[in-house]
Design a protein around this ligand. Structure first.
Ligand SMILES: [Zn+2]
Length: 407
């Protein structure tokens, strides 16, 4: 879909324009000519998809329609942070339309679950999934769901979102279809996305003072093989053999046989780049029929028999994944506090999340934002109450919700 959106498209859905207009970068001139209508650099693509849906959809037979595009979008930011909050960012945005509200809701929650599964089982980042408050939902959505990750410093990163629009946009853009019962109906719509912000999450959840710590399932290089004292007879050959064995075991491997750098220099470089395992092959290792493997996550060294090095290092990748996830989970859970009053809430969001009961009023949410610079994260699907009164106003609480400072 095109990158430039005529202002009139953006204006069609009232909440959407209100939410996004302040963040838009505008093209006002083409060459030396001022434009009759200014064009927004897309902050997101609902309006252009909707324009096309209105032309494409005729009957229930055309539904559902599901599209995904990878593209750069732009949202003007006053202060930026590499990977976490940048004006221009790369993301995938999925857009779907359906015949029924049930199907749209199913799609919305399915994508949230796919994102959660990816964050936890590939990136080793534990996330809290749930529904956003009315104030924090996407502009124009009926409901927004998010996954929220906790960074090293206790701040939250909204790491992915999935929205159910109901027929809001369908009405604004007149997207109707002829249903099985012969009646014209509005479609039900969803959209969902994750971005390169997830790279920021990887850095901030797993990294340490030595540099990156990459989760094995996305590490471009999972194991680096380093010959030690490579000039000694047999070492270079053995290192090559070990690298080949690891590759044959399905691992992504780099044999670092560059002789322009010392072993110590290479150790530092691969540590900084976060490669999950360093496999050293030296004369003494070869004599003993082993290799020395150093784990990036714990910096522990173990010796593994050279005969079974393929399967052992492959198994180590899963061990590292589980270790990274458990460590991040333990950190997060020890930085979530159940709170029952504002004093406790203010204290909790200094170094993590607060979990609290809330009456559902925007005013209480804003009070927390103004006093502590913390926002609601989301409402977990398990709404088992931890009290009956709102943490802010003391009135009857209806929702369990997380608060936290954010990136
Ligand atoms: Zn309240």
């Amino acid at each position: 879909m095109p990158m430039l959106l005529p202002e009139s498209l953006l204006m069609k859905e009232a909440d959407h324009v209100e939410g996004f207009a302040p963040e838009c970068a505008w093209v006002t001139q083409g060459g030396s000519e001022p434009l009759a209508e200014r064009l927004a650099i897309r902050p997101t693509s609902e309006t252009i998809f909707c324009t096309m849906y209105a032309k494409w959809v005729q009957s229930w037979r055309d539904l559902p329609m599901k599209y995904n595009q990878w593209c750069n979008v732009m949202r003007w930011e006053k202060s930026t942070r590499p990977f976490l909050r940048t004006s221009e960012f790369l993301w995938q945005e999925g857009h779907t339309i359906h015949a029924t509200a049930e199907e749209a809701q199913e799609e919305t929650l399915q994508m949230l679950e796919i994102y959660r599964d990816f964050a936890e089982n590939v990136l080793a980042i534990p996330v809290l999934v749930g529904r956003k408050s009315e104030l924090e939902k996407f502009a124009g959505a009926r409901a927004t769901y998010s996954m929220e990750a906790m960074m090293h410093d206790g701040k939250a990163l909204q790491a992915g979102t999935s929205h159910n629009f109901g027929d809001n946009f369908a009405r604004a853009f007149d997207i109707q279809f002829l249903d099985k019962d012969g009646k014209q109906k509005y479609v039900e719509e969803t959209s969902w996305g994750v971005s390169t912000r997830l790279i920021g999450a990887i850095i901030m959840v797993h990294g340490d003072d030595r540099g990156l710590v990459l989760p094995p399932r996305v590490a471009p290089i999972q194991a680096v093989v380093l010959p030690i004292a490579a000039h000694k007879p047999g070492v270079a050959e053995k290192a090559q053999e070990v690298a080949d064995t690891l590759k044959a075991a399905g691992l992504r491997v780099f044999l670092d046989d560059r002789d322009t750098y010392s072993a110590g220099w290479k150790f530092n470089e691969w540590e900084m780049k976060g490669v999950p395992a360093r496999v050293e092959v030296g004369p003494r290792d070869i004599e003993n029929g082993v290799v020395t493997v150093c784990r990036r996550d714990t910096l522990e060294k173990v010796q593994l028999p050279i005969d079974s090095v393929g399967e052992r290092v492959a198994a180590l990748m899963d061990e590292i994944h589980v270790g990274l996830f458990q460590k991040a989970l333990a950190f997060r859970d020890s930085h979530i506090q159940d709170v029952t009053n504002m004093e406790e809430l203010g204290e909790a969001v200094q170094h993590g999340f607060a979990r609290a009961m809330w009456c559902g009023d925007d005013a209480c949410e804003l009070e927390v934002k103004n006093r502590f610079n913390a926002k609601t994260r989301n409402m977990p699907f398990d709404q088992t109450p931890i009290g009956d009164t709102c943490v802010v106003c003391g009135k009857k609480a209806t929702k369990l919700i997380y608060f936290g400072k954010q990136y």
